[in-house]
Design a binder for this molecule. Structure first.
Ligand code: SF4
Ligand code: SF4
Length: 101
């Protein structure tokens, strides 16, 4: 490794370099919230999302989706065991902006 190598940073530090242009229109929706409540015991979307978009609210018995924080990696849609996430790209000009492309 040379002295020109990029410094080692953790995921939180990398996420801190991102900027967002928030859209009022959600690009992520849950198809059937009762599936989250009654069928999906492990709720992998909550643990797999690197941007903590999904949070299970025990009091309300529902999944909270903070779509504004999405970094558009696609992991949640692939890993939802019930194909219960409708996720598409944000409208043009909205969403995450990567500092290094
Ligand atoms: S993984 Fe899918 S079914 Fe499970 S809680 Fe998340 S969105 Fe709901
Ligand atoms: S696409 Fe990636 S960042 Fe966006 S909600 Fe899904 S897992 Fe999280």
């Amino acid at each position: 490794m040379t002295s020109d190598a990029l410094p080692k940073v953790n995921v939180d530090e990398k996420l801190g370099t991102l900027t967002y242009k928030a859209d009022h229109q959600a690009h992520i929706t849950i198809k059937d919230s009762s599936t989250c409540l009654n069928k999906c015991h492990d709720k992998p979307c909550v643990t797999v999302c690197p941007a903590q978009v999904y949070r299970w609210e025990d009091g309300q018995k529902k999944l909270i989706v903070s779509f504004e924080n999405c970094i558009e990696c696609g992991a949640c849609r692939m890993l939802c065991p019930f194909d219960n996430i409708d996720c598409h790209w944000p409208r043009g000009g909205f969403g995450v902006q990567y500092r290094y492309g």
